[in-house]
Design a protein around this ligand. Sequence first.
Ligand SMILES: Nc1ncnc2c1ncn2[C@@H]1O[C@H](COP(=O)(O)OP(=O)(O)OP(=O)(O)O)[C@@H](O)[C@H]1O
Length: 305
Amino acid sequence: MPPSPAAVEIRGLTKTYDGRAIVDGLDLTARRGEVTAVLGPNGAGKTTTVECCEGLRTPDGGTVRVLGLDPVVDSALVRERVGVMLQDGGLPTSVRALEMLRHVSTMYADPRDVAELADRLGLTSFARTTVRRLSGGQRQRLALATALVGRPELVFLDEPSAGLDPQSRHAVWELVRELRETGVSIVITTHLMDEAESLADHVVIVDHGRVIAEGAPATLLASDSSTLTFTARPALEAVSLAAALGAGVEETSPGSYTVTGAVTPATVSILARWCADRGVLVHRLSTGRRTLEDLFLDLTGRSLR
Ligand SMILES: Nc1ncnc2c1ncn2[C@@H]1O[C@H](COP(=O)(O)OP(=O)(O)OP(=O)(O)O)[C@@H](O)[C@H]1O
């Protein structure tokens, strides 16, 4: 593959465990200076893909380039320039929080100011607590700080907001936005659709080890931007209602309905008339912008993985 101007360039990546293709010919480009969010159901292959980029797993097939480097062959160079926050923190447990951050900072030529970073992520109040005794959210924040302390050009954040309280989540989002403004490339895996929608320049949806949709959040949602949901008595004749509306109708749980397709002012009026003609009282009706979560569920289905 020729040298890549992208932060991350993956072509035809495959990774198989126990004869099962976990990553199955995946192509992904994360552009420099952008936030790329990788979404997908549990077990879709996100962490496996990201760990191939971090040099923590070796691909079975395909190519991976990170800042133009091969993460397996050029692992030392990649480590210098790339920050990694792992899903399980990956931190030693017997060291004190700030001591660890200080220690990691000494491995880099031009580290960030440890005290300032600790303050930004609210680490100061438990600076002397050992990692083992930190709460899940505190450990997450420390893991993020260790990923950022070396001023990386590219950062991989695997579910950075998982288990964080709203205050910490906002602090993390602020930091990610600030990094992006200074030209850092960021690849984030997340299950929080609002996180992806508000932070990402580019969203990549992965399922069964392949990319099934990608684009800027606004572009992904532009083609079909309204949604209508309502509640009424259970077991309405969805087929008849769908025919009247000229749209899809799904009873997502007993008495809760979602209308899929173009939602116009006429849709609301036809729905109200259809219900009135059958003596059905609509309890709650709402129209709104289609969210990334709606799109995600449409693409990946509602069954549990
Ligand atoms: N070392 C391994 N040996 C065997 N199976 C593995 C190994 N690593 C991952 N898997 C399997 O690969 C699949 C994908 O895992 P992966 O962690 O990449 O998914 P994910 O998309 O990150 O999921 P989640 O959203 O739950 O974090 C899972 O079914 C997992 O059990």
